[in-house]
Design a protein around this ligand. Sequence first.
Ligand code: HEC
Length: 139
Amino acid sequence: MMHKAVNLIVVPGFLIALAAIVTFVIQLPTEAAAAKIESSNPLTGDKDAIKAGKTLYRANCALCHGLRANGKGRGLPNSADLRKFKKGYSKYVYTVLNGGKTMPRFGGMKPLSGDEINQVGAYLETVAIRGAVWLDPKK
Ligand code: HEC
């Protein structure tokens, strides 16, 4: 009889603890990604820069890379999914300044200043998903 009473308390308690651990582990990566990504961008995490960057992104990049930066815009085909960008900050700046294989410089819009490129970067870092790398490799 003692056994049954103990099980009635221990088993639900164990299940609740297990559910809590599972929930925690599932949330961990997404929250870490949303919270703050490490980057070599001088404007990383700056609220005003992120806001300005979002506006600039929509005006200059969304046509091809999509409003959600998932690469599904209506412009050039095979536009990169920028949420998964993983070449480090300097490569990002280089691509915007010089263009890519088919991407025109600055996305073909008016030139952006260095500050504006950093602002767009600060915005893109907030939509980065697991696997994204904005930190430059150590020299
Ligand atoms: C006219 C369409 C177009 C516009 C506008 C555009 N891009 Fe691109 N972008 C592309 C295409 C296509 C690629 C992938 C092929 C290549 O390298 O050209 C690309 C690639 C990139 C890459 C490299 C991704 C990687 O993983 O190597 C970055 C970074 C990037 N774009 C950022 C931007 C930013 C920031 C803007 C806005 C300032 C922008 N792009 C505007 C078409 C565009």
